[in-house]
Design a protein around this ligand. Structure first.
Ligand SMILES: [Fe+2]
Length: 177
């Protein structure tokens, strides 16, 4: 924690730049981590979501301070029920076909497609084949602003980072291995 401090205007408007180190997540390492999902019991409606985590961000999930990139793997017939969150998601389809319903609108997708899930839009995934997606979101930005809000199915109360102790909008899934 430390003692309270004071800064003057010049420091306030010219904060130090804290750049992240450039990093590369190798495809073979991503593939190995994705393979581990087969060893993990089903959790959180079957979602297998692998975030590319920058180590400099500590325990705040993020690929950078403002964005995260995640691989989503679902199997044919699995269903991610409607949920919504305060961050925006852009999805790129690597493999598999299926559809996603976003605020009542059905979007059919296939490999190579890109689609947008706007902030706070209800969305549910219906993969018709085993599929792999890449999701890019601005989620970490909301964590730093203490305004991450996620509503999962069956939850009447909205779970928010601001309302709960620490940020705990989603439970931590069990680790593989
Ligand atoms: Fe989502």
């Amino acid at each position: 924690m430390g003692d309270p401090k004071f800064v003057r205007y010049g420091e306030q408007i010219r904060p130090p730049v804290r750049d992240l180190e450039p990093l590369i997540w190798k495809g073979r390492d991503i593939a190995r981590e994705l393979d581990k999902f087969d060893e993990v019991p089903e959790y959180y409606n079957g979602r297998r979501n692998l975030v590319l985590q920058h180590p400099a961000l500590g325990d705040i999930p993020g690929t950078s301070q403002t964005m995260h990139v995640a691989f989503l793997h679902l199997k044919a017939g699995e269903h991610v029920p409607p949920h919504r969150h305060s961050y925006t998601t852009i999805i790129y389809v690597i493999r598999g076909r299926g559809h996603t319903i976003i605020d009542g609108k059905r979007l059919d997708w296939e490999p190579g497609d890109v689609y947008l899930i706007p902030a706070w839009a209800d969305h549910e995934f219906h993969p018709e084949e085993d599929h792999l997606l890449v999701a890019v979101t601005d989620g970490p930005l909301f964590v730093y602003l203490r305004s991450l809000v996620v509503q999962e199915p069956g939850e009447n109360a909205i779970r928010s980072a601001a309302a709960e102790e620490k940020q705990a909008a989603l439970p931590i899934p069990p680790r593989a291995g």
